[in-house]
Ligand binder design. Sequence first.
Ligand SMILES: NC(=O)c1ccc[n+]([C@@H]2O[C@H](COP(=O)([O-])OP(=O)(O)OC[C@H]3O[C@@H](n4cnc5c(N)ncnc54)[C@H](O)[C@@H]3O)[C@@H](O)[C@H]2O)c1
Ligand SMILES: [Zn+2]
Ligand SMILES: [Zn+2]
Length: 366
Amino acid sequence: MQQVKAVIARAKGAPVELVTINVPDPGPGEAVVQVQACGVCHTDLHYREGGINDEFPFLLGHEAAGIVEAVGPDVTDVAPGDFVVLNWRAVCGDCRACNRGEPQYCFATFNATQKMTLEDGTELSPALGIGAFAEKTLVASGQCTKVDPSARPAAVGLLGCGVMAGIGAAINTGGATRGRSVAVIGCGGVGVAAVAGAALSGASPIIAVDIDAKKLETAKRLGATHTVDSSKVDPVEAIKEIAAQTYPGAEGADIVIEAVGRPETWKQAFYARDLAGTVVLVGVPTPDMSVPELPLIDVFGRGGSLKSSWYGDCLPSRDFPMLVDLYQQGRLDLDAFVTEEITIDGVEAAFERMHHGDVLRSVVVL
Ligand SMILES: NC(=O)c1ccc[n+]([C@@H]2O[C@H](COP(=O)([O-])OP(=O)(O)OC[C@H]3O[C@@H](n4cnc5c(N)ncnc54)[C@H](O)[C@@H]3O)[C@@H](O)[C@H]2O)c1
Ligand SMILES: [Zn+2]
Ligand SMILES: [Zn+2]
């Protein structure tokens, strides 16, 4: 066991605290990782506000990269010294999804078995089974994905959650590729990553929609060919018009990605999609939301598919090393997502800044 500094949320809505925690030595199937960088994601704030569950205290942070320090006795997939990006999809290999050859939908993913605790022994709930606003964290070894060790930790750590969710929503879930048009509604960290994913895939046009002009500028930087300020114009009409400029007769974009998580923007996505096109919901709704007045004949008559995307339907072992290589080659600008590097005592202030809209990601660097 060792003691390290870490950021916890002790109670619903209370400011986060920097405290000392106990990290057990790794047991079977586990690894201790020395965290080098961890992004501040909206989901950490959701945990803090009690929006995920009420298993306080939470050990926050989950978009991280670091060096494996020690592994449990039976661990062979990673070794001390390996540079890894942490993932929240360590697949089991034996559930119904894994057995039918679709491990990206695994229903029984792994986390560490032992618990990290406060100094008084209170067990911590690590955010998404990771908990990486900490000098060191204990995870399942399958949560460690080895990538090119020369990559910048603050940038590639972001693949651990939001950036992968966005890129994967476009490529894995939406099937973006050359010859297809893509529209993304909501261009925060996830939406802009979907734009970057669409750009990687060769899709065109790539239409970015947001109510915040600053977000649209960033989307352009990451590959949007067109931008639509939906606080000023009807996004459905705008998307249809732009799609039809490239593909005459198109009645919308082939793939429309909703990255806000609200009924009204999902409905925009539904009606801005071409016949037989695909809607991808990557934004996370709250349990009280529903879509009012959606005529079933429109669902039937327009054909195509209505999908949702969890973690970009990614398979970390397949997708992380590939995306890190594209980053290293200059084909995926992960640095553009890192608005600022902060210290571990800056998480609460970073939550504040999230609301101002000029930060894509604050990244804690240790
Ligand atoms: N499915 C997954 O696996 C997964 C993973 C991570 C995050 N998410 C979810 O993705 C969503 C986006 O996350 P984020 O980190 O990018 O959040 P964010 O707050 O950074 O971005 C949201 C964006 O939506 C824009 N927006 C708000 N209302 C809008 C409207 N009516 N029309 C157009 N744009 C609007 C905002 O201006 C902002 O740019 C959240 O719901 C988050 O929980 C999903
Ligand atoms: Zn499985
Ligand atoms: Zn996240």
